[in-house]
Design a protein around this ligand. Sequence first.
Ligand code: PMT
Length: 406
Amino acid sequence: MGNLADKQIIVGVTGGIAAYKTAELVRQLRRAGAQVRVVMTAAAQAFVTPLSFQALSGHRVYCDMLDTEHESAMGHIELARWAHCLLIAPASADFIARIAHGHANDLLSTLCLATPADLFIAPAMNQQMWRNAAVQDNIDILKKRNLRILGPAEGEQACGDTGPGRMQEPFELLEALSLASASESPLQDCKVLITAGPTQEPIDPVRFISNRSSGKMGYALAQAMRDRGAQVVLVSGPVSRPPPPGIDVIAVRTAEEMYQAVIQALAGVNIFIGSAAVADYTPAQQYAEKIKKNGSVLELDLRPTKDILGSVATSAAPPFTVGFAAETTQLEKYARGKLENKQIDMIAANQVGTGRGGFYSDENSLLVIWKGGSQVFAMQNKVSLAQRLADLIVERYDEHKISGSL
Ligand code: PMT
Protein backbone atom coordinates (compact mmCIF):
# COMPACT_ATOMS: atom_id res chain seq x y z
CA MET A 1 0.00 0.00 0.00
CA GLY A 2 1.09 3.53 -0.67
CA ASN A 3 2.25 5.97 1.93
CA LEU A 4 0.25 9.14 2.46
CA ALA A 5 2.84 10.82 4.69
CA ASP A 6 3.37 14.36 3.43
CA LYS A 7 1.05 13.87 0.46
CA GLN A 8 -0.60 17.17 -0.37
CA ILE A 9 -4.28 16.51 -0.81
CA ILE A 10 -7.16 18.85 -1.63
CA VAL A 11 -10.48 17.50 -0.40
CA GLY A 12 -13.33 19.14 -2.30
CA VAL A 13 -16.70 18.98 -0.57
CA THR A 14 -19.92 19.50 -2.54
CA GLY A 15 -23.53 19.59 -1.40
CA GLY A 16 -24.69 16.27 -0.03
CA ILE A 17 -25.62 14.67 3.26
CA ALA A 18 -22.52 12.44 2.95
CA ALA A 19 -20.42 15.55 3.67
CA TYR A 20 -20.48 14.54 7.34
CA LYS A 21 -18.48 11.41 6.40
CA THR A 22 -15.88 13.62 4.69
CA ALA A 23 -15.13 15.20 8.06
CA GLU A 24 -14.02 11.76 9.29
CA LEU A 25 -12.04 11.22 6.07
CA VAL A 26 -10.11 14.47 6.65
CA ARG A 27 -9.31 13.31 10.17
CA GLN A 28 -8.07 9.95 8.89
CA LEU A 29 -5.99 11.55 6.12
CA ARG A 30 -4.22 13.77 8.64
CA ARG A 31 -3.65 10.77 10.88
CA ALA A 32 -2.00 9.05 7.92
CA GLY A 33 0.39 12.01 7.69
CA ALA A 34 -1.16 13.78 4.70
CA GLN A 35 -1.35 17.57 4.40
CA VAL A 36 -4.95 18.44 3.69
CA ARG A 37 -6.64 21.58 2.39
CA VAL A 38 -10.43 21.60 2.22
CA VAL A 39 -12.38 23.43 -0.48
CA MET A 40 -16.15 23.71 -0.07
CA THR A 41 -18.87 24.69 -2.51
CA ALA A 42 -21.69 26.93 -1.34
CA ALA A 43 -24.07 23.94 -1.25
CA ALA A 44 -21.64 21.94 0.93
CA GLN A 45 -21.78 24.62 3.59
CA ALA A 46 -25.48 23.92 4.06
CA PHE A 47 -24.52 20.46 5.38
CA VAL A 48 -21.27 20.95 7.34
CA THR A 49 -19.72 24.23 8.44
CA PRO A 50 -16.30 25.36 7.22
CA LEU A 51 -15.36 25.67 10.89
CA SER A 52 -15.60 21.89 11.35
CA PHE A 53 -13.28 21.26 8.43
CA GLN A 54 -10.94 23.99 9.61
CA ALA A 55 -10.63 22.28 12.99
CA LEU A 56 -10.07 18.87 11.40
CA SER A 57 -7.66 19.93 8.66
CA GLY A 58 -5.77 22.46 10.79
CA HIS A 59 -6.10 25.08 8.04
CA ARG A 60 -8.57 27.71 6.92
CA VAL A 61 -11.12 26.33 4.54
CA TYR A 62 -11.33 27.69 0.98
CA CYS A 63 -14.86 28.63 -0.03
CA ASP A 64 -14.69 31.60 -2.39
CA MET A 65 -12.98 32.24 -5.65
CA LEU A 66 -12.64 35.94 -4.99
CA ASP A 67 -11.39 35.83 -1.41
CA THR A 68 -8.72 38.56 -1.24
CA GLU A 69 -7.18 37.14 1.93
CA HIS A 70 -6.75 33.66 0.49
CA GLU A 71 -5.60 34.93 -2.87
CA SER A 72 -2.86 36.94 -1.22
CA ALA A 73 -1.71 33.89 0.82
CA MET A 74 -2.08 30.91 -1.56
CA GLY A 75 -4.04 31.91 -4.66
CA HIS A 76 -6.24 29.38 -6.43
CA ILE A 77 -3.68 28.66 -9.14
CA GLU A 78 -1.01 28.12 -6.53
CA LEU A 79 -3.36 25.84 -4.60
CA ALA A 80 -4.08 23.89 -7.78
CA ARG A 81 -0.33 23.40 -8.31
CA TRP A 82 0.29 22.55 -4.64
CA ALA A 83 -1.92 19.46 -4.71
CA HIS A 84 -0.61 15.96 -5.41
CA CYS A 85 -4.19 14.84 -5.67
CA LEU A 86 -7.69 16.29 -5.50
CA LEU A 87 -10.54 14.23 -4.14
CA ILE A 88 -14.15 15.40 -4.47
CA ALA A 89 -16.15 13.75 -1.68
CA PRO A 90 -19.07 13.80 -1.81
CA ALA A 91 -19.42 14.61 -5.49
CA SER A 92 -23.02 15.63 -6.18
CA ALA A 93 -24.76 14.99 -9.51
CA ASP A 94 -24.65 18.72 -10.18
CA PHE A 95 -20.94 19.01 -9.52
CA ILE A 96 -20.19 15.95 -11.65
CA ALA A 97 -22.13 17.59 -14.51
CA ARG A 98 -20.23 20.83 -14.07
CA ILE A 99 -16.76 19.29 -14.24
CA ALA A 100 -17.77 16.92 -17.06
CA HIS A 101 -18.60 20.02 -19.08
CA GLY A 102 -15.62 22.12 -18.05
CA HIS A 103 -17.42 24.73 -15.97
CA ALA A 104 -15.34 27.05 -13.80
CA ASN A 105 -18.03 28.98 -11.98
CA ASP A 106 -16.75 28.48 -8.44
CA LEU A 107 -13.46 27.80 -6.70
CA LEU A 108 -13.70 24.00 -6.66
CA SER A 109 -14.67 23.58 -10.33
CA THR A 110 -11.91 26.05 -11.27
CA LEU A 111 -9.37 24.03 -9.30
CA CYS A 112 -10.45 20.88 -11.15
CA LEU A 113 -9.53 22.57 -14.41
CA ALA A 114 -6.40 24.24 -13.14
CA THR A 115 -4.73 21.37 -11.31
CA PRO A 116 -2.25 18.95 -12.85
CA ALA A 117 -2.93 16.62 -9.90
CA ASP A 118 -4.77 13.29 -10.11
CA LEU A 119 -8.51 13.77 -9.71
CA PHE A 120 -10.68 11.39 -7.70
CA ILE A 121 -14.45 11.57 -7.54
CA ALA A 122 -16.56 9.91 -4.82
CA PRO A 123 -20.14 10.26 -6.08
CA ALA A 124 -23.00 10.43 -3.60
CA MET A 125 -26.62 10.83 -4.58
CA ASN A 126 -30.02 9.17 -4.62
CA GLN A 127 -29.97 5.79 -6.38
CA GLN A 128 -32.41 6.92 -9.09
CA MET A 129 -30.29 9.97 -9.81
CA TRP A 130 -27.17 7.79 -10.02
CA ARG A 131 -28.92 5.50 -12.53
CA ASN A 132 -30.11 8.45 -14.63
CA ALA A 133 -28.63 8.38 -18.14
CA ALA A 134 -27.48 12.01 -17.88
CA VAL A 135 -25.42 11.24 -14.77
CA GLN A 136 -24.02 8.05 -16.32
CA ASP A 137 -23.06 9.94 -19.49
CA ASN A 138 -21.21 12.52 -17.39
CA ILE A 139 -19.44 9.75 -15.48
CA ASP A 140 -18.38 8.19 -18.79
CA ILE A 141 -16.94 11.53 -19.89
CA LEU A 142 -14.91 11.75 -16.67
CA LYS A 143 -13.69 8.16 -17.00
CA LYS A 144 -12.50 8.85 -20.54
CA ARG A 145 -10.47 11.70 -19.08
CA ASN A 146 -8.92 9.22 -16.62
CA LEU A 147 -10.54 10.68 -13.53
CA ARG A 148 -10.83 7.96 -10.92
CA ILE A 149 -14.41 7.27 -9.85
CA LEU A 150 -14.51 5.77 -6.35
CA GLY A 151 -17.78 3.98 -5.79
CA PRO A 152 -20.55 4.76 -5.20
CA ALA A 153 -21.38 2.01 -2.73
CA GLU A 154 -24.77 0.35 -2.53
CA GLY A 155 -27.10 0.22 0.42
CA GLU A 156 -29.59 2.15 2.45
CA GLN A 157 -29.67 5.85 1.64
CA ALA A 158 -30.43 8.91 3.76
CA CYS A 159 -33.61 9.45 1.69
CA GLY A 160 -34.88 5.96 2.58
CA ASP A 161 -34.14 4.36 -0.81
CA THR A 162 -31.84 1.39 -1.20
CA GLY A 163 -29.43 1.03 -4.08
CA PRO A 164 -26.22 2.44 -5.56
CA GLY A 165 -25.39 6.03 -4.63
CA ARG A 166 -23.93 5.97 -1.13
CA MET A 167 -20.57 7.64 -0.80
CA GLN A 168 -17.81 5.12 -0.08
CA GLU A 169 -16.77 4.93 3.55
CA PRO A 170 -13.82 7.10 4.67
CA PHE A 171 -11.59 4.01 5.08
CA GLU A 172 -12.30 2.95 1.49
CA LEU A 173 -11.50 6.41 0.13
CA LEU A 174 -8.35 6.52 2.23
CA GLU A 175 -7.32 3.15 0.86
CA ALA A 176 -7.91 4.24 -2.74
CA LEU A 177 -5.78 7.36 -2.28
CA SER A 178 -3.16 5.35 -0.49
CA LEU A 179 -2.97 2.83 -3.31
CA ALA A 180 -2.81 5.52 -5.93
CA SER A 181 0.07 7.11 -4.09
CA ALA A 182 2.11 3.91 -4.26
CA SER A 183 5.15 4.69 -6.38
CA GLU A 184 4.50 1.69 -8.61
CA SER A 185 1.45 -0.36 -9.44
CA PRO A 186 2.54 -3.89 -8.56
CA LEU A 187 0.28 -5.46 -11.18
CA GLN A 188 1.07 -3.14 -14.05
CA ASP A 189 1.28 -5.23 -17.26
CA CYS A 190 -0.64 -8.03 -15.52
CA LYS A 191 -3.87 -9.51 -16.78
CA VAL A 192 -6.16 -10.85 -14.05
CA LEU A 193 -9.19 -13.02 -14.76
CA ILE A 194 -11.79 -13.35 -11.99
CA THR A 195 -15.05 -15.25 -11.71
CA ALA A 196 -17.78 -13.97 -9.40
CA GLY A 197 -21.40 -14.51 -8.42
CA PRO A 198 -23.58 -17.59 -8.73
CA THR A 199 -24.51 -19.64 -11.77
CA GLN A 200 -28.08 -20.56 -12.68
CA GLU A 201 -28.72 -24.06 -14.03
CA PRO A 202 -32.07 -24.18 -15.87
CA ILE A 203 -34.55 -26.95 -15.13
CA ASP A 204 -37.33 -25.66 -17.36
CA PRO A 205 -38.13 -22.21 -18.84
CA VAL A 206 -39.03 -20.75 -15.43
CA ARG A 207 -36.99 -22.67 -12.84
CA PHE A 208 -33.32 -23.02 -12.13
CA ILE A 209 -30.84 -24.30 -9.53
CA SER A 210 -28.67 -21.59 -8.03
CA ASN A 211 -27.18 -20.34 -4.76
CA ARG A 212 -27.02 -17.22 -2.60
CA SER A 213 -23.81 -15.71 -3.97
CA SER A 214 -24.21 -11.94 -4.45
CA GLY A 215 -20.91 -11.31 -6.23
CA LYS A 216 -19.84 -8.90 -3.44
CA MET A 217 -16.61 -10.78 -2.71
CA GLY A 218 -15.63 -11.27 -6.36
CA TYR A 219 -16.48 -7.72 -7.40
CA ALA A 220 -14.51 -6.28 -4.47
CA LEU A 221 -11.54 -8.44 -5.46
CA ALA A 222 -11.80 -7.34 -9.08
CA GLN A 223 -11.65 -3.72 -7.92
CA ALA A 224 -8.74 -4.43 -5.58
CA MET A 225 -6.75 -6.01 -8.43
CA ARG A 226 -7.64 -3.10 -10.72
CA ASP A 227 -6.45 -0.67 -8.03
CA ARG A 228 -3.09 -2.44 -8.14
CA GLY A 229 -2.72 -1.65 -11.83
CA ALA A 230 -3.95 -4.93 -13.35
CA GLN A 231 -6.05 -5.22 -16.46
CA VAL A 232 -9.04 -7.07 -15.01
CA VAL A 233 -11.59 -9.24 -16.79
CA LEU A 234 -14.52 -10.30 -14.61
CA VAL A 235 -16.66 -13.24 -15.68
CA SER A 236 -19.82 -12.76 -13.68
CA GLY A 237 -22.87 -14.88 -13.02
CA PRO A 238 -26.24 -13.11 -12.60
CA VAL A 239 -25.92 -10.50 -9.83
CA SER A 240 -27.61 -7.19 -9.18
CA ARG A 241 -24.43 -5.14 -9.08
CA PRO A 242 -23.33 -2.42 -11.47
CA PRO A 243 -20.20 -3.24 -13.52
CA PRO A 244 -17.21 -1.77 -11.67
CA PRO A 245 -15.49 1.10 -13.51
CA GLY A 246 -12.35 0.16 -15.45
CA ILE A 247 -13.12 -3.56 -15.51
CA ASP A 248 -14.29 -5.65 -18.49
CA VAL A 249 -17.31 -7.66 -17.38
CA ILE A 250 -18.45 -10.76 -19.26
CA ALA A 251 -21.95 -11.71 -18.13
CA VAL A 252 -22.81 -15.41 -18.08
CA ARG A 253 -25.60 -17.50 -16.64
CA THR A 254 -24.73 -21.18 -16.44
CA ALA A 255 -21.63 -23.08 -15.28
CA GLU A 256 -21.04 -24.16 -18.88
CA GLU A 257 -21.20 -20.53 -20.08
CA MET A 258 -18.80 -19.51 -17.31
CA TYR A 259 -16.41 -22.30 -18.30
CA GLN A 260 -16.49 -21.26 -21.98
CA ALA A 261 -16.00 -17.57 -21.15
CA VAL A 262 -13.04 -18.34 -18.87
CA ILE A 263 -11.34 -20.62 -21.40
CA GLN A 264 -11.79 -18.02 -24.14
CA ALA A 265 -10.38 -15.19 -22.00
CA LEU A 266 -7.47 -17.25 -20.61
CA ALA A 267 -4.79 -16.37 -23.17
CA GLY A 268 -2.18 -14.09 -21.62
CA VAL A 269 -3.73 -14.20 -18.13
CA ASN A 270 -1.17 -13.96 -15.30
CA ILE A 271 -3.49 -14.47 -12.33
CA PHE A 272 -6.79 -16.36 -12.20
CA ILE A 273 -9.13 -16.05 -9.20
CA GLY A 274 -12.17 -18.32 -8.96
CA SER A 275 -14.47 -16.64 -6.46
CA ALA A 276 -17.70 -17.64 -8.21
CA ALA A 277 -20.05 -20.08 -6.57
CA VAL A 278 -20.24 -22.37 -9.59
CA ALA A 279 -22.89 -25.08 -9.55
CA ASP A 280 -21.29 -28.49 -9.13
CA TYR A 281 -24.26 -30.17 -10.82
CA THR A 282 -26.63 -29.16 -13.60
CA PRO A 283 -29.87 -30.85 -14.73
CA ALA A 284 -29.06 -33.53 -17.28
CA GLN A 285 -32.10 -32.46 -19.24
CA GLN A 286 -33.65 -29.03 -19.63
CA TYR A 287 -37.41 -29.27 -20.13
CA ALA A 288 -38.73 -27.20 -23.04
CA GLU A 289 -41.99 -26.52 -21.21
CA LYS A 290 -42.81 -25.73 -17.59
CA ILE A 291 -42.95 -28.96 -15.58
CA LYS A 292 -46.51 -29.58 -14.38
CA LYS A 293 -47.26 -30.61 -10.82
CA ASN A 294 -48.96 -34.02 -10.76
CA GLY A 295 -48.77 -34.91 -7.08
CA SER A 296 -46.08 -37.58 -7.39
CA VAL A 297 -42.38 -37.31 -6.53
CA LEU A 298 -40.35 -35.51 -9.15
CA GLU A 299 -36.82 -36.80 -9.72
CA LEU A 300 -34.22 -34.70 -11.47
CA ASP A 301 -31.12 -36.27 -13.00
CA LEU A 302 -28.11 -34.07 -12.34
CA ARG A 303 -24.74 -34.35 -14.04
CA PRO A 304 -21.49 -32.79 -12.85
CA THR A 305 -20.42 -29.48 -14.39
CA LYS A 306 -16.91 -28.88 -15.73
CA ASP A 307 -14.41 -27.86 -13.08
CA ILE A 308 -13.36 -24.37 -14.20
CA LEU A 309 -10.69 -23.86 -11.55
CA GLY A 310 -9.12 -27.28 -12.10
CA SER A 311 -9.16 -26.78 -15.87
CA VAL A 312 -7.37 -23.42 -15.58
CA ALA A 313 -4.78 -24.82 -13.17
CA THR A 314 -3.96 -27.74 -15.45
CA SER A 315 -4.08 -25.81 -18.74
CA ALA A 316 -1.01 -25.72 -21.01
CA ALA A 317 0.37 -22.46 -19.57
CA PRO A 318 -1.43 -22.06 -16.23
CA PRO A 319 -1.60 -18.64 -14.62
CA PHE A 320 -1.06 -18.18 -10.88
CA THR A 321 -4.33 -19.77 -9.81
CA VAL A 322 -6.34 -18.85 -6.71
CA GLY A 323 -9.46 -20.74 -5.71
CA PHE A 324 -12.06 -20.27 -3.02
CA ALA A 325 -13.56 -22.94 -0.78
CA ALA A 326 -16.96 -22.50 0.82
CA GLU A 327 -17.31 -25.06 3.62
CA THR A 328 -19.82 -25.67 6.39
CA THR A 329 -17.48 -28.01 8.33
CA GLN A 330 -13.78 -28.90 8.56
CA LEU A 331 -12.74 -25.73 6.76
CA GLU A 332 -8.99 -26.31 6.75
CA LYS A 333 -9.12 -30.02 5.88
CA TYR A 334 -11.41 -29.56 2.88
CA ALA A 335 -9.61 -26.43 1.70
CA ARG A 336 -6.25 -28.24 1.76
CA GLY A 337 -7.86 -31.09 -0.18
CA LYS A 338 -9.07 -28.66 -2.88
CA LEU A 339 -5.67 -26.95 -3.03
CA GLU A 340 -4.07 -30.31 -3.77
CA ASN A 341 -6.72 -31.99 -5.93
CA LYS A 342 -7.28 -28.99 -8.16
CA GLN A 343 -3.50 -28.32 -8.32
CA ILE A 344 -3.94 -24.62 -7.61
CA ASP A 345 -1.44 -22.20 -6.05
CA MET A 346 -3.58 -20.72 -3.31
CA ILE A 347 -7.00 -21.20 -1.74
CA ALA A 348 -9.14 -18.75 0.23
CA ALA A 349 -11.47 -20.71 2.46
CA ASN A 350 -14.58 -19.30 4.10
CA GLN A 351 -16.86 -20.89 6.61
CA VAL A 352 -20.42 -20.62 5.31
CA GLY A 353 -23.80 -21.27 6.88
CA THR A 354 -22.83 -19.82 10.27
CA GLY A 355 -25.06 -16.75 9.99
CA ARG A 356 -22.07 -14.39 9.75
CA GLY A 357 -19.94 -13.80 6.64
CA GLY A 358 -19.87 -16.03 3.54
CA PHE A 359 -22.69 -15.88 1.02
CA TYR A 360 -24.52 -12.57 0.50
CA SER A 361 -23.20 -10.91 3.67
CA ASP A 362 -21.29 -7.60 3.47
CA GLU A 363 -18.53 -9.12 5.58
CA ASN A 364 -16.42 -12.23 5.53
CA SER A 365 -13.39 -13.90 7.09
CA LEU A 366 -10.88 -16.11 5.27
CA LEU A 367 -8.30 -18.78 5.93
CA VAL A 368 -5.87 -18.50 3.02
CA ILE A 369 -3.60 -21.47 2.36
CA TRP A 370 -0.79 -22.00 -0.11
CA LYS A 371 2.02 -24.54 -0.37
CA GLY A 372 4.22 -23.73 2.60
CA GLY A 373 2.08 -21.15 4.37
CA SER A 374 -1.25 -19.83 5.50
CA GLN A 375 -2.84 -16.65 6.79
CA VAL A 376 -6.07 -15.84 8.58
CA PHE A 377 -8.04 -12.68 7.79
CA ALA A 378 -10.50 -11.86 10.58
CA MET A 379 -14.16 -11.00 9.93
CA GLN A 380 -14.34 -7.63 8.17
CA ASN A 381 -16.07 -5.74 5.38
CA LYS A 382 -15.60 -7.56 2.03
CA VAL A 383 -14.10 -4.42 0.48
CA SER A 384 -11.25 -4.20 2.97
CA LEU A 385 -10.91 -8.00 3.02
CA ALA A 386 -10.47 -7.96 -0.76
CA GLN A 387 -7.71 -5.35 -0.41
CA ARG A 388 -5.87 -7.53 2.14
CA LEU A 389 -6.28 -10.63 0.02
CA ALA A 390 -5.12 -8.76 -3.10
CA ASP A 391 -1.91 -7.73 -1.29
CA LEU A 392 -1.30 -11.35 -0.31
CA ILE A 393 -1.95 -12.61 -3.85
CA VAL A 394 0.52 -10.04 -5.22
CA GLU A 395 3.11 -11.18 -2.66
CA ARG A 396 2.67 -14.88 -3.48
CA TYR A 397 2.53 -14.22 -7.23
CA ASP A 398 5.85 -12.32 -7.04
CA GLU A 399 7.34 -15.17 -5.04
CA HIS A 400 6.27 -17.66 -7.70
CA LYS A 401 7.78 -15.55 -10.44
CA ILE A 402 11.07 -15.31 -8.56
CA SER A 403 11.18 -19.03 -7.81
CA GLY A 404 10.59 -19.70 -11.49
CA SER A 405 7.29 -21.48 -10.99
CA LEU A 406 5.70 -19.35 -13.69
O1 PMT B 1 -20.69 -13.67 -3.72
P1 PMT B 1 -20.78 -13.38 -2.24
O2 PMT B 1 -22.21 -13.28 -1.77
O3 PMT B 1 -19.95 -12.19 -1.83
O4 PMT B 1 -20.20 -14.64 -1.46
C1 PMT B 1 -18.86 -14.96 -1.59
C2 PMT B 1 -18.64 -16.47 -1.68
C3 PMT B 1 -19.06 -17.15 -0.38
C4 PMT B 1 -19.45 -17.05 -2.85
C5 PMT B 1 -17.10 -16.68 -1.95
O5 PMT B 1 -16.37 -16.18 -0.89
C6 PMT B 1 -16.77 -18.15 -2.18
O6 PMT B 1 -16.54 -18.91 -1.26
N1 PMT B 1 -16.73 -18.57 -3.47
C7 PMT B 1 -16.58 -19.99 -3.84
C8 PMT B 1 -17.86 -20.73 -3.63
C9 PMT B 1 -17.76 -22.18 -4.06
O7 PMT B 1 -18.34 -22.53 -5.04
O8 PMT B 1 -16.94 -22.91 -3.34
P2 PMT B 1 -16.64 -24.49 -3.61
O9 PMT B 1 -15.90 -24.93 -2.39
O10 PMT B 1 -17.92 -25.19 -3.95
O11 PMT B 1 -15.73 -24.49 -4.89
C10 PMT B 1 -14.30 -24.51 -4.82
C11 PMT B 1 -13.70 -23.72 -5.94
O12 PMT B 1 -13.97 -24.38 -7.19
C12 PMT B 1 -14.22 -22.31 -6.09
O13 PMT B 1 -13.12 -21.47 -6.42
C13 PMT B 1 -15.18 -22.38 -7.28
O14 PMT B 1 -15.23 -21.15 -8.01
C14 PMT B 1 -14.53 -23.48 -8.11
N2 PMT B 1 -15.44 -24.25 -8.97
C15 PMT B 1 -16.46 -24.98 -8.42
C16 PMT B 1 -17.24 -25.75 -9.26
C17 PMT B 1 -16.98 -25.76 -10.65
N3 PMT B 1 -17.73 -26.45 -11.50
N4 PMT B 1 -15.97 -25.04 -11.15
C18 PMT B 1 -15.20 -24.29 -10.34
O15 PMT B 1 -14.27 -23.63 -10.81
